[in-house]
Design a protein around this ligand. Sequence first.
Ligand code: GAR
Length: 215
Amino acid sequence: MIKEEGLSELRLAVFASGSGSNLQAIIDAIKEGKLEARINLVVSDKIDAFALERAQKEGISTVYINRKDFSERGDFINRLLAIMDEYRVNFIVLAGYMKKVPTELVRKFTGRMLNIHPALVPAFCGKGYYGMKVHQAVVDYGVKVTGVTVHLVDEEYDNGAIVAQCTVKVMDDDTAESLAERVLEYEHAIYPETIQLFAADRVDIRGRKTYIKDN
Ligand code: GAR
């Protein structure tokens, strides 16, 4: 789809609220030539997000933008959309972004916005399930297997078509913290690989299903 529009290269905006270890994995994959994309911009709703520092260290442009700094919702949306145009973004990657993305942005980037969720969707996902809360719920429930899901973003939480998933074993002595650490290692592998599928135009989206085309 992106190639049909004559956009040969993914020009990413990565949205992150926290540490940005997934952002780092994407940066590293690009540097290593495993991911054919460029990061035009890193966006955060947290002024002190470590993700912003990681980006600045790499010479990547950063923008802090938060709904609470705008009295009118419309002004916030217009600014957000203008920023995407200004930085010529054609693909959005949510990497530990803890805010719901406004509908207007989701619609503009239909089929071109990914999220990573640290569990096997449709389990332990949806409103209220983010970051460490997901892993705590997994440990408390007593499941033996959790995982990682990369999915397209639609207007509901963690609901869009799934593009990639992998499983991660839950150990008897896991805490939310130890589990989060293990799951993150898998995230760092699967996210750049999945973005590369889009860069190579290998993802066929049909309704809520995706099919990966051969090379
Ligand atoms: C990651 O585990 C990511 O899957 C999760 O937040 C963490 C961010 O880590 N995202 C969500 O829970 C979104 N619902 P990072 O800042 O080190 O990439």
